[in-house]
Ligand binder design. Sequence first.
Ligand code: COS
Length: 385
Amino acid sequence: MIRDNEILEAFLDSVRRFVRDRLVPAEAVVAETDEIPPDIAQDMRDMGLFGMTIPQRFGGLELTMEEEVRVVMELCQTSPAFRSLLGTTVGIGSQGILMDGTPEQQAAWLPRLATGEILASFALTEPEAGSDAGSLRTTALRDGDEYVVNGTKRFITNAPQAGMFTLMARTDTSIKGSAGVSAFIVDAKSPGISFGKRDVKMGQKGAHTCDVIFENVRVPVGNLIGLKEGQGFKTAMKVLDKGRLHIAAVSVGVAKRVLRDALQYAMERKQFGQAICEFQLIQAMLADSQAELYAAECMVLDAARRRDDGLNVSTEASCCKMFATEMVGRVTDRAVQILGGSGYMTEFGIERFYRDVRLFRLYEGTTQIQQVIIARNMVRDAQNN
Ligand code: COS
């Protein structure tokens, strides 16, 4: 749903210029230093990007899903690490509060998230609970007016910079599965929270992940999301449904950039006396990439519109996440092939994208988890009809 096309187009144009003038020139330095320059982070705050999905009454832009994916497709035509800095705040870190939090919880946390004053982070994964998220072991046991949290969370994006965590922990240890899990808002400055060393990753330099260790961390009962125990897994799944659509849009954005670079190279590079884009085998790689990219873009826009219409898009979100993240993997692989030896060299930048996009098929649910969700939903829907 587009609320006002003129306003959206103006915003998209400012994001496009920001990517071209500020982010693309900083890609190499981010890759070298493993840091997003503070002035770029400030520009993102000033543009309101941290509050993209937060309601206007809390100071955000309140984009619809369709508007959000359009913005993300522009913003991600550069190194995905830039998006990662705000991704956990606009997505998985804040949406649980928005979807299931009480009005008091929303008023207490969303305004500071919307301005980017504090970053949100999503703490679900554990050393022994990855794809099987419902088996998590971190506990939050009630003690008077507080819960006492113990456990370790793994690969937590933006944890080193986070101001708060949306934490999934087991409040009922007599239940081994997902029904015993609750969701909490945890102030990152709470005593008893410590951080593991920064993970050394294959790509996405500038985006930071690490372990978060909770040792007897006391969380007020008022920070239990929705003030209801046993709802945390469902909150996490709803958040991920939306997050998966967002990651699919990220994949479309990065694929647009990579394919544009590959096409540019193919038009400039001459071999056998002509530009290599004249050769049919290069054309096949360009054309396959364009067709798949177009398909992914259409899927993401369609699913976003359905979500804006109030439909349950769990199946569509997983279809988009699976197809778009696999698509960008193939597009980037072909781009390396089109650039040939140059595609393998750091100075041309394509090898960096090749490593960066590999993550998309893993986080927020692997391709295999998306397949499980899609097929299970198909069977359930067929049984109900
Ligand atoms: N929206 C709302 N509720 C949902 C839901 C969704 N999308 N998906 C599942 N639920 C509910 C189910 O309806 C069920 O509720 P009831 O017990 O009341 O019927 C409950 O949650 C448990 O669901 P299910 O039995 O399907 O859970 P499983 O343990 O089988 O796990 C998968 C399901 C594998 C899909 C889930 O664990 C998953 O998504 N894993 C990947 C986790 C992930 O993405 N990690 C990345 C970390 S974040 S970067």
